[in-house]
Structure formats: C-alpha cells, structure tokens
Write a protein that binds this ligand. Structure first.
Ligand code: 1PR
Length: 454
C-alpha cells in the first residue's frame, strides 16, 4: 500500500519465527548509535526511557540511509531487527510508538513537539551507558470490576472466581476499592498497563450509559499507559430493542479511552464454530470485525481455563500435558478446559484449540488466566503458559496466582510469556507494582523505568 511518500522507507512485517508478533510493549527510541554517546535530547526523547509500541509492521533501520537525506532517526530493536522508532525533518515529526500512552516520557515528547523544542541538552545524570536495548516484559495490574449488592461499581477479587466473602459481611461481594482511584495508584507505581474486567454479567441500562464508559473516560485523564477493557463484548440488543454489534460496543470503549478490548465467552463460542465450519473464518465474529476495524493488536482474548486431570493422554481427545503437580487421584496428565460465563460453564474444548483458532481469527494477544491458580498467591501455572506459548505466535499475558515479586521473576525466567498480570496481591497491598519491577530489575531483567516528571 502506498503512503504519503514523505518518508522514503517501506514497512515490513516483523518476523515471527523467533518472537511474538504484534510487537506490544515498552521499547526504546534512541538517537545514539552503537558506541556513539549523545548528550542531545531530540524532541524530548531520552536513551534511558522506554516508549509504548503496538504494531506488526515497522520500517527497518538502515544506518545512514535516511540521515543522508536530512532526517534524524531514533531506533529500537526487537529480537534481531532494528527498526525506526521516530523520524524528523523540517516540520515533520513521526513516531512509531504512542506518545500519549508512554507515561511521562511520552508527554515530554508531545510537549517538546508542541513547543517546537527540536533539540535540548539531556539532563547530566543520564548517560547512554544506562540504556538497555529491547522490549521489556510487561507488568500489568488488573482490576475485576462489578456492581456490589448496593449497586456501586467496585473493584473485587475472587478465589477461583468466587468473589463473595466467605465469612461475616453477609456473604457480600468483596469490595477492594474504587476503580478510577486504584488505576491511578497502579499507574503511579509503574504499572505498564491497566486492565479492567467488567465481571458483572447482566446489564440493565442502555449500552451508551454503561458505567464502565465513564470509568474509562475518567481513568484516561490521569493514566497514560494502555488501558484494556473486557466483559460483555458481544452482539447484543439494547434496552429499546436496537441491535448493537460487538464492534459498536468496542467502538464506544475505544472512544472512551480504551486501547484494547478483551473478549472472553464470545471467543470460545466463536472458536468452536470455527472448527465446526472446518477451520474456516466466518468474517463477522466479534474478533474478526473488531480486529479488521481497529487492528489485531486491539483485540485480546481472555481465556478462563480449568485443569481436568487424566490418567493418560490417550484417555481424552483433548491436548493433554504431563504435569509435575498430579491430580487428586495421582493422575499425571491434565488438559485445560475452556470455560465461559466467568468459569461457571465448562466446554468440551481445550485451550490449545481455542488459542490457535482465535489467532487465526485475528486476535492480537491472549490473556491467559487459570481458574485453579486464581487468588491462590502460589505462583503462575508455568506448564499452561509454556504449552500455550508453544502453540501460537501472538503475545501472551500470564495471569492468575501471583502472590509476590518472585512469582513474576519465575514466570519470566521459566516461560517465554510476554507479560504477567497481578491482581489480589496489589489490591490487598501485600506488594506494590514498583516492588515487583524493582525486584525484576535487580535480577537483570529489562523493565520500564517509571518516570514521574515530564
Ligand atoms: O466473557 O467476554 O463477558 O468476559 C468476562 C471477563 O471477566 C473474562 O475476562 C473473565 O476472565 C472475567 N471474569 C468473569 N468472572 C470472573 C470472576 O472472577 N468471577 N474474573 C472474572 C477473572 C481473572 C483475572 C484475575 C487473575 C489474577 N479474573 O482477572 O485478575 O486471575 O488474579 P490473582 O493475581 O489475584 O491471582 P466475557
């Protein structure tokens, strides 16, 4: 496809043989070339900062080519591919990353552009030797939001998806705080993304008034990292009888500040139908319509699997793995059953079938929960995560079971997961997101440094 032709360059799709595609997350935009330190900050860009990228295509960087034509180029590296993160010449400045979603460093870039500050000195204490190339693993804070018995939207958190208090408090929905305030707190602690899952299954108000829209609008006023919203994204009928498509609902969420939508139950049903049609696309599923309108990277599929133990792989038609945590009767194998409606209904369908189908349908990322681990604080299900990573090329967010910073280190060391998500441990205040990221940094992982000031 032809572009405006202003920048003499061509976009190529990233190679997914050795890495997840789309490229989603925090990476550099660095004007200092290998071995050449710079003390110049170009449009506020800093070699030590990380910026939020989300794309499958990029302009490969060829040293000197654009520079010869008068362009200034900032680069990033993904796997072994060097690509252009930002370019400028005369009054043109273009970024591959999203400055508006890149925390303080992104706002700094926007400010410099608007004020016409093309070049300024880097603050003294920043040296390019601190630069860590490449994509960071992401740490995500997740807020399960639902209406409590008084009708207020609260952040809640279940154990194995049960969100009601076990003792006292009249079996009420566990109330852990207010969604907008908590999202801001996690942003300020350095969360790389914030995810809201609207786990209230029923809806009794017009779609345009769903309270999650207001939550997104208010959150995006103070939270400058990507926001994902899940729950109820499917074709529906409004209170006045008007048909509303999943794409219409997603559009409302995007217009209110969401960057990605997450689809749960509807994805399972659509994937079952995909196989029933002989692995053929229908063209009109929620995943397909939203990804073709907004791009694959805007569609996350949230998976709620449950372990089913079996004596041998032959005893089930499903994809079973050998597990180091045997079942209640000593079973050494298990398969992961997909569930819908917040884990309440199990399907005759396994996680491998689901993730391969939704990747083919255009999903850009998998949010991989695990009901057995949810709320357990005992760590992620590494066996599940490795099995899913082996099956697909799109990024995976590991979820369920995080109880301390060591669990994040473990999931990044022992699986190829692209991101990891925590909920209960942050909500209860056991640990902050910052403590998790500091721990990862101490262990030598590339993490996004949180910057408070523009
Ligand atoms: O089916 O498209 O309407 O989407 C519903 C969404 O709501 C799905 O993404 C589903 O995972 C989620 N959901 C539905 N019911 C519940 C529930 O808890 N009763 N929550 C629920 C899922 C899982 C994660 C959780 C992690 C980490 N919660 O959000 O945050 O397990 O928890 P931990 O770190 O505390 O262990 P649809």
């Amino acid at each position: 496809m032809k572009g405006l032709g202003i920048i003499p360059s061509q976009l190529n799709k990233f190679d997914d043989k050795d890495k997840s595609v789309p490229h989603i997350g925090w990476n550099s935009a660095d004007t200092s070339r290998t071995g050449q330190a710079t003390d110049d900050s170009f449009y506020g860009l800093r070699p030590t900062s990380k910026y939020y990228y989300v794309h499958s295509y990029a302009a490969p960087y060829e040293e000197g080519k654009l520079e010869k034509l008068g362009w200034t180029v900032a680069t990033a590296r993904y796997g072994n591919e060097d690509f252009i993160g930002a370019v400028a010449k005369d009054n043109v400045f273009a970024t591959q990353f999203h400055p508006e979603k890149s925390g303080a460093p992104g706002l700094r870039v926007l400010k410099a552009f608007l004020e016409g500050t093309r070049s300024q000195k880097l603050p003294k204490q920043l040296s390019t030797s601190d630069t860590k190339e490449g994509l960071t693993r992401r740490v995500i804070a997740c807020l399960d939001v639902r209406t409590n018995d008084q009708g207020d939207l609260v952040v809640t958190k279940g154990d194995m998806y049960d969100v009601r208090e076990k003792e006292g408090a009249g079996n009420a929905v566990r109330n852990l705080g207010k969604p907008v305030e908590m999202a801001k707190k996690y942003y300020e602690q350095g969360a790389d993304e914030v995810t809201f899952l609207n786990i209230t299954s029923f809806r009794n108000c017009p779609v345009a008034d769903i309270p999650m829209l207001e939550i997104l609008r208010r959150t995006s006023e103070t939270v400058f990292v990507p926001l994902t919203i899940g729950g109820g994204i499917q074709d529906t009928v409004d209170t006045d009888g008007t048909k509303i498509s999943a794409l219409d609902i997603a559009t409302m969420y995007f217009k209110s500040g969401a960057d990605k939508v997450s689809i749960g139950s509807n994805a399972v049903i659509a994937a079952e139908e995909y196989y029933a049609r002989g692995s053929k696309l229908a063209g009109n599923t929620a995943i397909e319509s939203i990804s073709s309108a907004y791009g694959n990277q805007a569609v996350v599929v949230s998976v709620d699997p449950k372990r089913v133990y079996v004596q041998s792989p032959e005893s089930t038609p499903h994809h079973a793995i050998k597990t180091s945590r045997p079942g209640p009767n000593g079973e050494e194998y298990c398969w992961y059953q997909c569930t819908i409606k917040g884990g309440r209904e199990g399907r005759d369908f396994d996680v491998r079938q689901l993730v391969t189908a939704v990747e083919a349908m255009g999903a850009g990322e998998i949010l991989l929960n695990c009901i057995d681990q949810d709320g357990s604080n005992s760590g992620f299900d590494l066996e599940l995560i490795n099995d899913v990573k082996d099956a697909i090329n799109i990024p995976v967010i590991a979820s369920s079971g995080a109880g301390n910073p060591g669990h994040f280190e473990e999931v990044f060391a022992r699986t190829r997961t692209d991101a990891a998500l925590g909920a209960g441990m942050f909500h209860r205040g056991d640990y902050t997101v910052k403590q998790v990221k500091d721990h990862l940094q101490e262990k030598g992982l590339v993490v996004r440094p949180f910057e408070a000031d523009i």
